[in-house]
Design a protein around this ligand. Structure first.
Ligand code: NAD
Ligand code: TYD
Length: 357
């Protein structure tokens, strides 16, 4: 094991992937450690995602600290108080559209926040090599692909949105701390995730919620942009494999080998929902509405993840059919979660900023 994982600080643990990761950790028979969730609780952070974990483990193996990762005092205090030996850095501003309308928060949290965490880790860990700083990043740092080819770990960075540019900068900082200070780090670059607790500003949950309200399903541009989709639990298992067996200083690509054009995906989601709600197969498809394209919209993402498959024996375990089914089922079973999110600040922002789209 790279790290003993006695105390793992999960930043952004109240967000979509972070909360799934906390659930995942407590299901692992070989994980006996403590989890400290550091989250600022932005519009995207939701402690309702962790109610079961709170009930079972709070004060024993699970601790929540409301803090900004850009706050050096608070971050360092967590390292000291809980004797953190592993960090998984999920905390970020994560939505491309928001980064187009307001990039400042992205630069702040994604770059300064990662820098602050790195400094705290360096300060707290000194020369220790039995510790690990894992940084969670995205395939979007690599830019946009044509019809063929894939992103490899060796592909040059070419970010196109303020979101991906800020993630790219944070990846470089993490890498620099390995080379300059020998801080034990790993980085993963993952493709698009989907699954439970996904905030409904992203494509799949937005479409699901709009279908439930019979509202238009906004498809950007010609709908032919391609994304590679991975069920969130498979992302969690990949990160866990890296924590246990990843080599310091290495980057691992994680992907679903599951490419879909947006329009094909939305059509498929409409069919899944129609089946679940006993509606005719094409019932929801009539809601599909083409809208103005996103500025600088990357055309295609596709990950080659041979390295993590070969080196760490990781593989995707959830098929797309099963993953979509589980996702739609989760949203149908969690109307209260949806209601609370809908009543939140973000939706007021969405209504204001997306007029005319
Ligand atoms: P999310 O937006 O759902 O959650 C982000 C979380 O970070 C929220 O809980 C938020 O409150 C918290 N946060 C934001 N700013 C903070 C700050 N300054 N201090 C402390 N906490 C803060 O995001 P997500 O989709 O779960 O993504 C998690 C990570 O995974 C991000 O780093 C993202 O770049 C990366 N990633 C996401 C995807 C995807 O498909 N969603 C794919 C690859 C990589
Ligand atoms: P998104 O979920 O925002 O993830 P990302 O931009 O990080 O890949 O979007 C996925 C794809 O879906 C992307 O090509 C943009 C497109 N999209 C729409 O067509 N309509 C929408 O309402 C949203 C949110 C996204």
């Amino acid at each position: 094991m790279s790290s003993s994982i006695s105390t793992i600080a999960v930043t952004g643990g109240a967000g979509f992937i972070g909360s799934n990761f906390v659930h995942f950790l407590f299901k692992q028979a070989d994980f006996k450690g403590i989890v400290v969730n550091i989250d600022k609780l932005t519009y995207a952070g939701n402690l309702e995602n962790l109610v079961e974990i709170e009930k079972k483990h709070a004060g024993k193996r699970y601790f929540f600290k409301k803090a900004d990762i850009c706050d050096p005092e608070k971050v360092s205090a967590v390292f000291t108080k809980y004797a953190v030996d592993t960090v998984v850095n999920f905390a970020a501003e994560s939505h491309v559209d928001r980064s187009i309308y307001g990039p400042k928060e992205f630069v702040h949290t994604n770059i300064i926040g990662t820098f602050t965490l790195l400094e705290a880790a360096k300060e707290s860990w000194g020369d220790r090599q039995d510790v690990l700083f894992h940084h969670v990043s995205t395939d979007e740092v690599f830019g946009s692909l044509g019809e063929s080819d894939f992103f490899y770990e060796t592909t040059s960075y070419d970010p196109r949105s303020p979101y991906s540019a800020s993630k790219a900068a944070s990846d470089h900082l993490v890498s620099a701390y390995f080379h300059t200070y020998h801080l034990p780090v790993t980085i993963s670059n993952c493709s698009n995730n989907y699954g439970p607790y996904h905030f409904p500003e992203k494509l799949i949950p937005l479409m699901i919620l709009n279908m439930l309200e019979e509202k238009p399903l906004p498809v950007y541009g010609d709908g032919k942009n391609i994304r590679d989709w991975l069920f969130v639990e498979d992302h969690c298992s990949a990160i866990y494999a890296i924590l246990k067996k990843g080599r310091h200083g290495e980057t691992y690509n994680i992907g679903g080998e599951n490419e879909w054009t947006n329009i094909d995906l939305v059509n498929r989601l409409c069919e899944t929902m129609a089946k679940k709600n006993n509606k005719p197969k094409d019932h929801y498809k009539k809601l599909i509405t083409y809208v103005n394209d996103r500025p600088g919209h990357d055309r295609r993402y596709a990950i080659n993840c041979d390295k993590i498959k070969n080196e760490l024996s990781w593989k995707r375990s959830v098929t797309f059919e099963e993953g979509l089914d589980r996702t739609v089922t989760w949203y149908l079973a969690n109307s209260q979660w949806i209601e609370h999110v809908r009543n939140g600040e973000y939706h007021k922002w969405l209504d204001k900023n997306y007029q005319g789209r």
